[in-house]
Write a protein that binds this ligand. Structure first.
Ligand SMILES: *Cc1c(COP(=O)(O)O)cnc(C)c1O
Length: 385
């Protein structure tokens, strides 16, 4: 992609994935087959868990995890307002209340003290997100959850392959959920994976994703295929998507290494740029780079940031404001009464972020174009004040 737009993200696909998908096509077994099972065990293994349950999106995975845990009306779930919308929507799907807490400005993950302060007798769970692939504080959240007898759910959709003090993302909560949309570290087109050590929980998720059918009978054509013991969904992942996932998992280490290399190049190149705050990585953290998000210094307004993003795009450099605060989205204001000013750190950070083009095959030349264009746009914005 030497000419034209430098996109925000690009999937990293190879001949291996092509061969595996072709294998499925030739097998004529397009759903409920061996590829899904292979993919499940690869992701479970990578996240240090006993069970993997593949689903058709990360969002579906979060939805099923909350259902299987029995979270519902009257329950409160503590979570972050600085995330992709799905990490809160899943709480609303089951009729529980998303209770937001502010973030900590270095890692951009939830502030542990704010979590403690938000716990009430109705709190049922903490839904933690590894923002942009950074697992900082996950062990602390797990300790808080244990101390207060709460369930910890890990939305690790952005963090496949990250570790905190050697522990992999997906291994901190009672249950973790990965996502495989094409902008993630690895992709299945659409897809997701629930991981857990809890066999019963995994079984309920398997049944829920498959129309509420009894587990163990999913491939059968006998009477149990038409038996539905609970209200289920069709959240199954198909074999073609799973084949992509198997290939991607086999190449995981090299995919992550290339992304890490690009992130390091960005760090080196942008370190000296005034008015730019770069990602902070604590010493015990190995991030899994999902996106490369910089932020403008506190002097910049959201209007200026938006103009910089617009100019980047006009100059064929992909850029996006990751993420607008969830509590300020119209649905959350209307439904739960959230307002401006409630989570000042999340709001202040989210007004100044810019996600830059980021993928393993980003060339040194492309990276230099991105950096130079960004520098010029920041300067221009300041001159026009
Ligand atoms: C990507 C993502 C999801 C899941 O997204 P899907 O498109 O449904 O796979 C959930 N939570 C977070 C934080 C994400 O980044």
């Amino acid at each position: 992609m030497a000419d034209g737009m430098i996109p925000l993200s690009r999937p990293d696909l190879s001949d291996l994935e092509e061969r595996l998908v072709l294998e499925v096509i030739r097998s004529e077994r397009l759903s409920i087959g061996p590829m899904v099972e292979r993919f499940e065990s690869l992701v479970a293994q990578a996240s240090g868990r006993a069970h993997g349950v593949a689903v058709n999106s990360g969002t579906s995975g979060l939805h099923l995890a909350l259902l299987a845990l029995g979270i519902g009306p009257g329950d409160e779930v503590i979570t972050t307002p600085f995330s992709f919308i799905a990490s809160s929507n899943c709480i609303a799907y089951v009729g529980a209340r998303p209770v937001f807490v502010d973030i900590e400005p270095r890692s951009l993950n939830m502030d542990p003290q704010a979590i403690e302060a938000a716990i009430t007798p109705r709190t049922k769970a903490i839904l933690a997100v590894e923002t942009f692939g950074n697992p900082a504080h996950m062990d602390t959240y797990a300790r808080i959850a244990a101390r207060h007898e709460l369930i910890m759910i890990e939305d690790c959709c952005e963090a496949l392959g990250a570790t905190l003090a050697g522990r992999p993302a997906g291994s901190f909560g009672r249950v973790g959920v990965f996502g495989f949309y094409p902008n993630k570290q690895i992709t299945t087109g659409e897809g997701g994976m629930i991981v857990t050590d809890d066999e019963r929980l995994a079984e309920v998720c398997r049944s829920l994703r498959n129309q509420g059918r009894p587990v163990g009978q999913v491939g059968g054509t006998g009477g149990s295929w038409l038996e539905h013991e609970r209200l289920g969904y069709n959240f199954r992942l198909d074999e073609l998507s799973a084949a992509l996932g198997v290939g991607q998992m086999q190449r995981l280490e090299s995919i992550l290494a290339r992304r890490r290399d690009v992130a390091n190049q960005y760090m080196q190149r942008l370190m000296g740029v005034r008015d730019l705050i770069l990602p902070t990585i604590e010493p015990d953290v190995v991030p899994s780079w999902f996106v490369f998000v910089v932020r403008l210094s506190t002097g910049f307004t959201d209007v200026e940031r938006d103009r910089i993003i617009e100019s980047l795009r006009r100059h064929e450099v992909g850029a996006a404001p990751y993420f607008p605060c969830i509590h300020l989205q119209p649905f959350y204001r209307n439904m739960y009464g959230y307002r401006h000013g409630m989570f000042p750190i999340a709001e202040s950070v989210s007004q100044r972020t810019i996600a830059l083009p980021f993928y393993g095959s980003l060339s040194a030349r492309e990276l230099e174009i991105v950096a130079q264009t960004l520098e010029v746009m920041i300067m221009r914005e300041q001159l026009s004040r």
